[in-house]
Every structure is written in structure tokens, then in C-alpha cells.
Design a protein around this ligand. Structure first.
Ligand SMILES: Cc1cc2nc3c(=O)[nH]c(=O)nc-3n(C[C@H](O)[C@H](O)[C@H](O)COP(=O)(O)O)c2cc1C
Length: 175
């Protein structure tokens, strides 16, 4: 798949096959691509906690308040993405420029993660709705959780939904 094909094939999977585990080599390959993503001052201010089995179920529950994200119950893997410290230069740069590079870096890394998962034939759903405190407890993390990614094989028969996006001309301009 070239990148354009990856972009068209990736979608937020909300129907996982709960009976089909994800191969460890695939999880490793996904995270190896993820950590090649760029970050401000090469700081890589994040950590990835891979949760499988009962741990994945516990994390899934922590994404499900107010009727949200019920589908995560079937995801065989949940990847918790938490912040880590900046290195010195990114710390100084973020203060001088008043810019939260950590969240930007986590966003880019997550895009790599979902792209490589697509190449590996796996479905993903990025989750921003979760209970930070509960997840930190489950994973033993001291830093804030910023995103969770549900990972697994899509249920047989799932189709890629058509992409709904703003018009290109609204999103892109030239001056
Ligand atoms: C930061 C972020 C948080 C998101 N949180 C959730 C979520 O909690 N639950 C969910 O079902 N989808 C969530 N999504 C998925 C978006 O709804 C989805 O990416 C968007 O509607 C575009 O659809 P697509 O991913 O299928 O192309 C999130 C996506 C991002 C980038």
C-alpha cells in the first residue's frame, strides 16, 4: 500500500473480532514504526503501554462512561498513550514558544501507529474519551494519559465507511 492507499483504508473501527487475537509480532512491528515518528527536538515525550487479555478489558471499561465506546469490549488489544517528560531543548522551546509540543508529538505518533496497523491488516480506533485516573491505576502510570487506541481485527464483513470530510478548498488555501 502506498501512503494514499493507507490513508483511504484506515478508518475508526468500531466492530472488532473479539475471538481473533493480534499476533505479538504485529504489535511489535506497529510500535517499531510508531517510534520512528518525528517529535519536537526528537524528545519523544510519550510512553506506550500495551494491554491484552483481562488488562485490555479493564482499559476498555475505563473508556465507556456515559454510554460511549461500548465496542471497545471486543478489542483484543488496548494501547495506552501517556505523556513522558520533554528533553531539555523541547522543554525550553515549548516555554518560549508557548506551544504544547507533547500533544502534537503524541498525535503524530498515533497517526503512524494507525497507519502501520492498517498496513498489517488490523483495525484501530483512537479514543479520547476515557477515565485518566482509572487507566493510570491499571497501568501504574504517573503521567497523564492522552489517548487510548483500540486495536484488533475487524469483524468479518465490516466495510470501510465512506469518508466524511470538509471540502478540500475549506481546509486548504494558498496565499
Ligand atoms: C483525538 C481523537 C479522539 C477520538 N476519540 C474517539 C472516541 O472516544 N470514540 C470513538 O468512537 N472515536 C473517537 N475518535 C475517532 C473519530 O471520531 C474519527 O477519527 C473521525 O470521526 C473520522 O473518522 P475515521 O477515523 O473513520 O476516518 C477520535 C479521534 C481522534 C483523532
Amino acid at each position: 500500500m502506498n501512503f494514499n492507499e493507507i490513508a483511504k483504508n484506515r478508518y475508526s473501527c468500531r466492530a472488532f473480532d473479539g475471538n481473533k487475537p493480534v499476533e505479538d509480532e504485529k504489535i511489535k512491528s506497529i510500535l517499531e514504526s510508531t517510534v520512528l515518528s518525528p517529535s519536537a527536538c526528537n524528545s519523544q515525550p510519550y510512553h506506550f503501554t500495551v494491554c491484552k487479555g483481562e488488562k485490555a478489558k479493564e482499559i476498555a471499561k475505563a473508556t465507556q462512561s456515559m454510554g460511549m465506546n461500548k465496542f471497545t469490549t471486543d478489542a483484543p488489544v488496548m494501547i495506552v498513550i501517556s505523556e513522558d517528560n520533554y528533553n531539555k531543548t523541547a522543554n525550553i522551546g515549548s516555554k518560549i514558544k508557548n506551544n504544547d509540543y507533547r500533544s502534537i508529538d503524541i498525535g503524530i505518533a498515533t497517526a503512524y501507529l494507525t497507519a502501520e496497523a492498517t498496513v498489517q491488516g488490523l483495525g484501530t480506533c483512537i479514543l479520547g474519551w476515557f477515565d485518566d485516573k482509572k487507566i493510570r491505576n491499571i497501568c501504574g502510570l504517573n503521567n497523564p494519559v492522552r489517548l487510548v487506541v483500540a486495536l484488533g481485527y475487524a469483524k468479518e464483513g465490516s466495510a470501510i465507511p465512506s469518508k466524511k470530510r470538509k471540502d478540500y478548498d475549506v481546509l486548504v488555501s494558498e496565499v
